[in-house]
Design a protein around this ligand. Structure first.
Ligand code: FAD
Length: 360
């Protein structure tokens, strides 16, 4: 039975969010460890599809301290570039990441939190959950799905268009994943794009840098007690990275509303018409992977945690970083996570400074 280890702070998750928190924690001198379930560095990135492109240039996709190196030959960073950057970042700052360690439960244990894992237990005065959402994919449910003989997969299992050459494919989801996968699939397969509403596209010149600046302006407005109003051009719409622009130019970005139900060899649409379908790729996002927090009683019916500035309202020794706007505007992006990480570490430092030394 491995002994219980003691740290001032335990960070759960060693993706971009956990690393950003680790970098800032290191500068505080607090004793901490990052526990990560993956075998290799990079969080969700190494498992993304082959051609995935960020919607921000490298200089706008950086964690604190060390800018992401530019992409050789220019252009937007791809999956492998980001994964390599995160691995090098971890190494460069000698961040104490222990892997593979899967956290199974966080519980209360007197004045500490007890972090139970598949490799022993840790106690901590503060816990930061930074587990992203890649482990909890969201697939919509449609009647008849059990009898569908084709393939249904989530975008997280999609690798490249090669396995769909010549097939009839439905792509579901009107975000950036859906648009990027549709763009490349439409070159080799017969693709229909399904979105609940007509997708909205950002102007060609708007990239992740502009989105980040808008998010910053919204934070500033909130801090100053002003109503930030609706974001100019929208915050979460589709960024016209080069492959998506190219798909638009050849007329491939048309979308329809989703079908009504599956049949064994296809789907039935709302007007009663039928289509034969070989595969459906759902680009419908992720849900926060927070089951490990259930013993604390902090999970709401929607699976989230009520936070104020990233700190759990029900458990003040718990912070959440990187899950999306509800844990800090743009916190689920490389550029945006620094702000959320800095604020969490600042609060942790203040809280622990007020804790009697006997507990440290
Ligand atoms: P993750 O990268 O998911 O890392 C979480 C880590 O926590 C993983 O290593 C996981 O193993 C670990 N973990 C999970 N549960 C446990 C547990 N119980 N115990 C221990 N460890 C655990 N970002 C951008 O900025 N721009 C983009 O254009 C962009 N496009 C994206 C496209 C796709 C398809 C994907 C998958 C991601 C994209 N991202 C992009 C990144 C995205 O924003 C994710 O939000 C990002 O991966 C989140 O990082 P994270 O560190 O919060 O979570």
């Amino acid at each position: 039975m491995p002994e219980t280890q003691s740290r001032q702070v335990v960070v759960i998750g060693g993706g971009q969010s956990g690393l950003a928190v680790g970098y800032i924690l290191r500068r505080t001198g607090l004793d901490f460890e990052i526990l990560d379930a993956n075998e290799r560095p990079g969080g969700a990135w190494p498992s993304a599809w082959d051609s995935l492109q960020l919607f921000s240039p490298a200089q706008w996709s950086s964690l604190p301290g060390w800018p992401m190196p530019p992409v050789p030959g220019g252009g937007y960073p791809g999956r492998d570039h980001v994964a390599a950057y995160l691995a090098a970042y971890e190494e460069r700052y000698q961040l104490p990441v222990r892997r593979p360690v899967r956290v199974e439960a966080v519980e209360r244990a007197g004045d500490r939190l007890l972090v139970r894992t598949d490799a022993g237990s840790w106690t901590a005065l503060a816990v930061v959950s930074a587990t992203g959402g890649a482990n909890r994919t969201f697939l919509p449910e449609y009647p008849g799905a059990e009898g569908f003989r084709g393939r249904q997969l989530h975008s997280s299992s999609y690798r490249s268009p090669q396995e769909f050459v010549g097939q009839r494919v439905l792509v579901g989801g009107g975000g950036n994943s859906g648009a990027q996968i549709l763009a490349e699939l439409s070159l080799v397969a017969e693709v229909t794009w399904m979105t609940p509403q007509a997708p909205t596209f950002l102007p060609d010149e708007v990239d992740g840098r502009v989105l980040f600046e808008r998010a910053t302006e919204r934070v500033r407005a909130q801090q100053e007690g002003r109503d930030p109003g609706p974001p100019r051009g929208g915050l979460g719409n589709i960024v016209m990275v080069p492959p998506v622009r190219e798909a638009r130019d050849r007329g491939a970005l048309r979308s329809v509303r989703p079908f009504l139900r599956f049949e064994p060899d296809g789907v039935v649409w709302r007007d009663g018409s039928r289509s034969l379908v070989d595969a459906v790729i759902w680009c419908t996002g992720f849900r926060p992977a927070l089951a490990h927090l259930a013993p604390l009683g902090v999970l709401e019916p929607d699976g989230r945690v009520v936070v104020r500035g990233g700190r759990s309202v029900r458990e003040p020794r718990l912070w959440l970083v990187g899950y999306g706007d509800w844990t800090g505007l743009a916190s689920a992006t490389l550029a945006g996570v620094t702000r959320a990480a800095r604020s969490a570490v600042q609060e942790i430092g203040d809280t622990l400074a007020a804790t009697p030394p006997a507990n440290a």
